[in-house]
Design a protein around this ligand. Sequence first.
Ligand code: FAD
Length: 373
Amino acid sequence: MKVAIIGAGIVGASAAYHLSRRADAEVILIDKEQKGKATLAGAGIICPWASHSDDPDWYRLAKEGAKFYPELIRRLKEDGEHRTSYKRVGALCVSDRPEKLDQIEEAVRAKKADAPELGEVQRLDAQETRRRFPPLNEELESVFVSGAARIDGRLLREAMVRAAGKNGARIVEGRASLISDGGKVTGVAAGDEIIDADQVIVTAGAWVPELLEPLGVRVNVQPQRGQILHIDMAGKDTSDWPVVLPQSSHYMLAFDDSRVVAGATRETGSGFDYRQTVGGVHEVTGEALRIAPGLSSGTLREVRIGFRPMGEDSLPLLGKLEELGHVTIATGLGPSGLTMGPYVGYLASCLAMGEETGMDLSAYHPLRGAAVN
Ligand code: FAD
C-alpha cells in the first residue's frame, strides 16, 4: 500500500515512522518549509492528569498519548535514535491556596487507578517546592506528580523522521496539494512531482483547511498563535527541574542546557501573523516572573512562535474522509499536540491501512460542525 503523508509535524512524523516499520506500506512524507510550525515552538509538557479539561473524550486521547511515550522511545532506540529528549521529570502543580491544592491532589489521585503511569502524587510544602525548582516564588506550595514528562518537540520530530527514512520512507521537501479525479483523491502534487497514492494522510496542522478547500471540503481548524520564551539560566544545572503548572494557561519547564522555557500566549484569531509582539512578550514575562521571580536574572535567549491547530472544541480532528475517497485527517490537537501527537499519528496510520484502532473515534470526526460543498 502506497501512503503519502502531507505535513511532518509531530503527528505526520509519527504516522510516517509507524508506517515505515511495516513491510506492507510504502511511505512518502512531504513537508514544506515555513514559519510557525507548531511542533517547533511547543513547550513539551506531558501531564494530562492535572489538566483543567473535564471533557472525557479529550482526556481519553491525552491519557493514551502520555502512556504511549515510553514504548515509542523504546522503539526509536531500537531504530538507533537515542536523542529524543524525553524525560520523566515530574510536575509541580503550584498554588498559594492550600484548598486549591487539596482539590488538585484529590482529582489527580482519583485518576491513578485508571492511569498508574501518572506515578506518585505527593504534597510538598513551600520549602521543598522551591528546592525542586529554585526560581519559584517562596509562597508557593505544590502537588507533585512524578509521572509527568517533558519533550523537545524538535528533537522528537527529527528522530521520528530520520528513523522513518532509515526504514525506507521517502522524505520530500516542498508544498503539497491534493490531486483528485471525480471528487476522489488519487494522490499528491509536490513541487514538480506527481505522487500517486493508495492512501493520503493529511497532517498539515493549522494549514489543513487550505489543502481541503480546493476540493470543497471545509474543516473547522484555525491557527492560534503562541509566543513562548526560552531563558538561559547560565551556570544552573536545570536537567532535573520539574515542569511547573500554576493554575492558569501559563507554565514553565526546563531542559538539560541550563534552559527554562516559559509559556505561552494563546492568541485566538491571530491568523498566520508570524510576529513576536510587545504585548505577547510582556504577558509571558509578567506571568513567569510572578510565579518564578528568580528567573529575572536569566538571559532571554529566544522567543519562539507557533500556530496551534485549533478546532472549534478541544478535541482533535481524526478520522477518514470517505467523501474524498482514501483520505485520513489528523489535526486540531491545539495546546495538547505534543502529548497526543505521537499516538494520534499512530492511530492515523492504522486508519490509513484500514485497521481497527480499538478505540471509538466518532467524537473526533473531522467534519463535525463543518460542511462539504
Ligand atoms: P505542525 O507541527 O504545525 O506541523 C504541520 C506541518 O505541516 C508543518 O511542518 C508544515 O510545514 C506542514 N505543511 C503545512 N501545509 C503543507 C503543505 N501544503 N505541504 C507540505 N507540508 C505542509 N502541546 C503539548 O502537548 N504540550 C505542550 O507543552 C505544548 N506547548 C505548546 C506551546 C506553544 C507555544 C505552542 C505553539 C504549542 C504547544 N503545544 C503543546 C501544542 C503542540 O505543539 C501542537 O498541537 C502540535 O505540535 C501540532 O502538531 P501538528 O503536527 O498537528 O502541526
